[in-house]
Structure formats: C-alpha cells, structure tokens
Write a protein that binds this ligand. Structure first.
Ligand SMILES: *[C@@H]1O[C@H](CO)[C@@H](O)[C@H](O)[C@H]1NC(C)=O
Ligand SMILES: *[C@@H]1O[C@H](CO)[C@@H](O)[C@H](O)[C@H]1NC(C)=O
Ligand SMILES: *[C@@H]1O[C@H](CO)[C@@H](O)[C@H](O)[C@H]1NC(C)=O
Ligand SMILES: *[C@@H]1O[C@H](CO)[C@@H](O)[C@H](O)[C@H]1NC(C)=O
Ligand SMILES: *[C@@H]1O[C@H](CO)[C@@H](O)[C@H](O)[C@H]1NC(C)=O
Ligand SMILES: *[C@@H]1O[C@H](CO)[C@@H](O)[C@H](O)[C@H]1NC(C)=O
Ligand SMILES: [Ca+2]
Length: 521
C-alpha cells in the first residue's frame, strides 16, 4: 500500500458538492446555454453526459478518441480574445466537485483540446477546462501545420500566453455559474508545450493558479526549436530521400548506436537494465563504432561519427554562448517523430516560415545559427519563456511541480535542470524546495512512454493515473502541497511491467543502494 495521503483523506471527506441529483445537474447544465453571458464569450453548446460515453469533437484534432468517465456537464465555448483571434474550448464539470479548478495545456504548435486530461481531471473531481490554444490543429500527432500563425500576430499571442490566461479567467466564471460557488483552489496541468504554458502563467499571471504541474517544459522555446533544426541538419535534412545524405543513419545504425551507448553507460548507475539513470554522466564516444579498414557494414563512416559528436554535444551560438544542452544519450531510442526522423523538423520549419519569415515556403538546407538569432531577435509574443523571476508566484504562495523523462528525445531533460538553476540564480536561493520541485524520471520518454516507471498521475496520456494516492500521483501531490502545505519529497512511478521506482527531485540524485534506487543529496 502507498503511504496514506492527505489528498486521499480529503477526497473521502464530506465537503464535496454532490447533493444534487442527476436530473438537477442536467437541468442546470442545459440552462447554461441560454443563461450564461460572459465577456467576449459565446457558449456554443452544453450537454449533460450521465454515463461513460465516446464523444464527438469539433475541429481537425483526432489523435485521441475522447471518452468521458465521470457524470458531467460538457460546456463548449469560444472566447474572442481580439477582433482577429479566438480561443475555442470546453469545460467538463463533474457532478461531484471538490471546489477545484483545473486548467489544461496543449502540445507542439497546437491547437488541440487535451481530451485525455479533461477526462482525467473530471474523474478526479476537478472542474476541468481545455482549449485549442487559439487555433485548430498543428499539435504534432494531429493533422495540420501551424499556418494559422501566418500574418496573425494575435493568434501567436494566444499560443504564447493569452489562451491559458483567458482559460483561467473565463473558466472560473463558468465554474462559478454552474456550481453557484467560487473555485476554492485552481490548478494547471500540462506537458511539453503545456509545461511552457504553465511556466509562462507563473511568470506573467502569478494569481491565475495556486498550483502548477508543468512537465517537460518547452521553455527557452527559441533555442529549443533552433536546436531541433540544427539536429535535423546534422543528419542531412532536408535531403530527399533522407538517405541521399551521407550524414543519414538508417534505423539499423541507430539501433547500433543505442546498443553501444548502453554498452558504455548502462552500468554507470550500478544496474544493467537498459536505463541510464543520469545521461549527463554518460560520455558516449561514437568513435567505437567507426568502421575499421575493410569493414563496410555494421559500422559508421567518419561523417556519421561526426554527426553523432554534434548531436551529443551542447549547442553553442555565434559568439560561443550556450544555446541549448546536448541531446541525452539513450533518448535516440525513442526517436520517431523527433528531429532524428526523416525530413526537416516540422515545428522548426513551421515556426520559421509562418512566424519569423511570414512566408509559406522556405529552403531549410541552409538552416544555421543565424536563423536561431532571428528567432531570438523576434521572440514573437514573448514565446521564449526563459526567465528565472518567479518571485511573484512564490510570494503569493504558488507551488510548481515539474518532471522530465531522462530519455526525452524532443526536449532535453538537461534543460529542465538549467531552468531550475536559472530560477535559483535569479532568486538567489540555493534550493527551490519551498515552491518549485523538479522530478527527474529515468528511462521515460517525452511526457511518458519509454522503459521505466513512467506513470505517476501526470495525466496527459491514457493510463498515467496508475495509483490514486498522492505518493504515486503528482497531481494529487500538488493538491496536498497547495491545500495542506505537505510537499512531495519523492514521487513513485509505475512501469507497464508492474515495476515501481522512486523518482528524485533535483538536485538530489537517484542512487542504487544495492537493492533499490534511493534519493541522495
Ligand atoms: C466573436 O467574434 C465573432 C466573429 O467576429 C462574432 O460574430 C461574435 O459576435 C463575437 N462574439 C462575442 C461574444 O463578442
Ligand atoms: C450539441 O451537442 C449535442 C450532443 O453532442 C448535439 O447533438 C447537438 O447537435 C449540439 N448542438 C449544437 C448547436 O452544436
Ligand atoms: C468507446 O469506443 C471504444 C472503441 O470503439 C470502445 O472500446 C469503448 O468501449 C467505448 N467506450 C464507451 C464508454 O462507450
Ligand atoms: C475582451 O476583448 C477585448 C478586446 O477585444 C480585450 O481588451 C478584453 O481584455 C477581453 N476580455 C477578456 C475577459 O478576455
Ligand atoms: C514577420 O512579421 C512579424 C510580425 O508582424 C515581424 O515582426 C517580422 O519582422 C516579419 N518578418 C519579416 C522577415 O518581415
Ligand atoms: C480515488 O480515491 C478516492 C478515495 O479513496 C475515491 O473517492 C475516488 O473516487 C478515487 N478516484 C478514482 C479516479 O479512482
Ligand atoms: Ca542502468
């Protein structure tokens, strides 16, 4: 059994608003359609959903088949943020509500309501709200590029910061109108772009959320996209077909690289298990794979070795300044849909075409450090999200939890350490334990997946709510921290194979005791 948690106890207490019957909730839900008038907002539809249902959704986003679990009122709305931009979204208002608001984030350059998280939050009795972040589609796995940004600076501003702000402001008003009672505590949950949105909210609108859960944050956005573009170039993109470039590595060669990385670095943590606990300690030397004379298969050319040297080294700018940490050794094993995939990295090409250059076509074969300078110079709508000044959020008692998979091939987990250190420097604090905690998750990919104990209640992918207790559930842990002043010292994750592992908060290290991994200062 997990240790008993304050959040679990609270869930059992009698403070929940649950007295009304299903019929009463339905009447109340349907009446919102005609009775709710909020600034700049149109209620498009309200539907009461009494039993688990597969629902249909508007727009082009189709990467998940949305399902409701809890009995709830579904409110679809659109908020005009300016005369040239609007945010579409949904509120899922469960019958049994514990007074908590949960704003949700997005992914990639999207564009897509996070239906998995809407279901997750409403199941845990949060009034949950998700939006399309100001435009429809372009979320990575979902169809569509980010062409809506082209010559639409207000759409970019929605994406960079405004959508989450109106989600909080208007969302709380919808919640109040439905339950007849103000939100007691408000939370945010997101990963990747969602992690950046949560960080942006803490920096720019510190009063919007009491607690923020922002995983694998896409902060230092300009350098992140620049780095991904450089990675594409290291391996020859956009050459077509990809193998026309001598820098390209076939999947077979990547498998060889992964095996060699594990040979060199798996046992650094004391256990040969396919997981590199601390990729920053892995001094991988691809030279071991270089073809010896006469060898032509199962080995790398000097050009390919050079490409790998670049990948596993930090990226420096035109004046020698650090732009972005290196790619984590081991993360290449989850490379589908990343900058290591065929073609030039699509988020970087979309951003440069539609936001920076204001064109639909561009030749990316010359992409380089000068392009990253342009990203920085424009810093469209303040997208970069890389300030350490979280003093306002800290001073108002805000709590921030973040996590990062050590095998994340899209956003380097090393950058989350860098963000932590930036905040620590800026606030002149050696440790941020009193308001900001970063959990590093060995073996996990981007927001989830990968080997290892990758489910701990982060909630943006199906099946991540492995255990319903704050020791194992980072969202419930955040609730404990905000509402009871009990911060999580560790988070226990579960793997698909039933394994568990205690995840440590930076700068603690995960150390093998001879039996299990424990956290050490
Ligand atoms: C939002 O904008 C649309 C299109 O410009 C307009 O038709 C609608 O009336 C506006 N809604 C509100 C509530 O301002
Ligand atoms: C509202 O949602 C219901 C249930 O999904 C649907 O049948 C109805 O057509 C929708 N109405 C509008 C105006 O979109
Ligand atoms: C939703 O659809 C899936 C796939 O068709 C099905 O397996 C599942 O049982 C459905 N769930 C509900 C609640 O209808
Ligand atoms: C409503 O829209 C106007 C601009 O169109 C904006 O100034 C105002 O802040 C908006 N209000 C809210 C609550 O978003
Ligand atoms: C593209 O548009 C943005 C916003 O209007 C502007 O700041 C930028 O300079 C434009 N880029 C070019 C290359 O003209
Ligand atoms: C989590 O546990 C609490 C307390 O045991 C219970 O009330 C709640 O329904 C559970 N939630 C889920 C999603 O299982
Ligand atoms: Ca290991």
């Amino acid at each position: 059994m997990p240790r008993s948690s304050v959040a679990t106890v609270l869930l059992l207490s009698s403070c929940a608003l649950t007295a009304a019957s299903s019929t009463q909730w339905k009447t109340q839900c349907l009446s919102l359609q005609t009775s709710l008038y909020l600034e700049n907002t149109t209620i498009l539809n309200t539907t009461y959903i009494a039993a688990p249902t597969n629902i249909t959704t508007p727009g082009i986003c189709r990467s998940t088949a949305p399902v409701t679990s809890a009995p709830l009122c579904r409110v679809e709305f659109v908020i005009n943020t300016t005369s040239t931009s609007a945010v579409h979204g949904e509120a899922w208002l469960p019958d049994t509500w514990y007074g908590r608001f949960l704003g949700l984030g997005n992914g990639g350059l999207g564009g897509c309501v996070d239906y998995v998280a809407l279901d997750y939050g409403s199941s845990l009795h949060f009034a949950s709200l998700g939006t399309d972040n100001g435009h429809d589609g372009g979320g990575g796995a979902d169809p569509g590029d980010a062409h809506q940004f082209l010559n639409h600076p207000e759409v970019i501003a929605d994406y960079a910061w405004r959508a989450v702000h109106v989600e909080a402001v208007i969302g709380k008003q919808i919640v109040q109108a439905y339950y007849g009672k103000a939100t007691a505590k408000s939370y945010f949950l997101g990963c990747s772009t969602g992690g950046r949105q949560g960080t942006q909210a803490a920096l720019k609108f510190p009063d919007d959320f009491d607690g923020i859960l922002g995983g694998a944050p896409a902060v230092n956005f300009n350098h992140l996209l620049g780095w991904a573009g450089m990675i594409s170039r290291y391996f020859g993109a956009p050459s077509s077909p990809p193998e026309a470039s001598p820098k390209w590595l076939t999947p077979d060669l990547w498998a060889l690289v992964t095996a060699e990385i594990l040979r060199q670095c798996d046992d650094l943590d004391g256990v040969v298990d396919g997981i590199i606990t601390e990729p920053d300690a892995c001094g991988f030397r691809p030279e071991y794979l270089q073809c010896t004379s006469g060898q032509t298969t199962g080995c790398l050319t000097p050009i390919q070795v050079e490409a790998l040297k670049n990948l596993y080294s930090p990226l420096y700018g035109l004046r020698g300044q650090l732009l972005y940490p290196r790619f984590s050794p081991g993360a290449e094993a989850d490379s589908v849909g990343t900058a290591l995939s065929p073609g030039f990295f699509p988020f970087t090409s979309d951003w440069e075409r539609f936001v920076i250059l204001n064109v639909t076509e561009h030749d990316f074969s010359t992409f380089g450090l000068e392009d990253i300078e342009l990203f920085d110079k424009q810093n469209a709508a303040g997208i970069d999200t890389f300030s350490g000044d979280l003093s306002a959020f800290r001073n108002r008692g805000g709590k921030f939890l973040t996590y990062h998979g050590r095998r994340d091939p899209l956003i380097s987990s090393t950058n989350s350490k860098r963000m932590y250190d930036l905040i620590a420097h800026t606030l002149a604090l050696p440790l941020l334990d009193d308001f900001y905690r970063l959990f590093l998750v060995p073996g996990m990919g981007h927001c989830g997946g990968g080997l290892g104990a990758n489910a701990f209640g982060q909630g943006t992918l199906p099946g991540q709510n492995a255990v319903n207790a704050s020791s194992h559930n980072i969202l419930l842990a955040l609730v404990d921290w905000v509402e009871h002043g009990v911060p999580p010292a560790t988070i226990v994750g579960s793997g698909v194979d039933g394994s568990v592992r205690t995840h440590c908060r930076y700068p603690q290290r995960s150390v093998f005791s001879g039996k299990v991994f424990v956290c050490a200062d």
